[in-house]
Design a protein around this ligand. Structure first.
Ligand code: PRP
Length: 211
């Protein structure tokens, strides 16, 4: 039997995913060792392999078929735009992609002002401003702590993930517009979906039953 390979997003999502998989009998003992430097973990009995990757790399592994299945946030799926099937909303990692800024920036979103938008998600920001709002903006790509941008005057607004809203509140910013709700999703390689229809189909069905 060929291994079914699963790419997990490193961090909180991986932890939640393993808890969920455990509920349907998909476990990986090898992965529990926090001191391990191993990159890939095998469950011989199930014929499955698991590895951890940075979020934006998960869709890459899945599109190329290096992983049959991936667990990744909807934000990353939208940003990366890879060809793969999104098959299941896992319901955790819930948050929202929003346009945020100081309350004073609200007016700038109503008119066709040429404003600057800082974000870790340039494709999502581009799609929202150009295709949905028809507002020409300058998009500035950042790698983290996006909330800093409007505070120090790099941009008027940001496009970023809001979970509890506390980062915004503590920095005098607010949600100005909501773009899309987000959560963790299961994605599947398009060829694997056909070749491993039974095993992948069973996993999806079992997960759906416990969700
Ligand atoms: C994310 C996001 C916000 C924050 C939102 O950042 O970019 O900054 O979490 O969460 P909250 O609404 O609960 O405050 P993350 O901590 O992942 O780090 P980053 O700023 O480096 O992207």
């Amino acid at each position: 039997m060929r291994y079914l390979t699963v790419a997990l997003t490193k961090g909180r999502l991986a932890k939640k995913t393993l808890e969920l998989f455990e509920q349907v009998g998909v476990t990986c003992q090898e992965m529990q060792d926090p001191d391990s430097r191993k990159l890939i973990f095998v469950n011989e009995e199930l014929g499955m392999r698991f590895f951890l990757a940075k979020g934006p790399d998960v869709p890459t592994y899945v599109e190329y078929g290096a992983a049959d299945i991936g667990i990744v946030g909807k934000d990353t799926i939208l940003e990366e735009g890879r060809s793969m099937y999104e098959v299941l909303d896992l319901g955790f990692g819930k948050c929202r992609m929003c346009v945020c800024g100081p309350a004073s920036a609200k007016e700038l979103l109503k008119h066709q002002d040429l404003i600057r938008v800082a974000t870790k998600y340039p494709n999502i920001a581009k799609d929202y401003f150009y295709n949905k709002k028809h507002q020409t903006v300058e998009i500035i790509k950042l790698s983290g702590s996006i909330e800093l941008a409007p505070i120090v005057g790099l941009s008027e607004v940001i496009v970023d993930i809001v979970e509890t809203g506390s980062t915004l509140r503590e920095n005098g910013l607010e949600v100005l517009e909501e773009i899309v709700p987000l959560s963790a999703r299961m994605v599947v390689n398009q060829v694997s979906m056909k070749m491993e229809q039974e095993r992948i189909g069973n996993l999806i069905r079992d997960l759906r039953n416990v969700l």
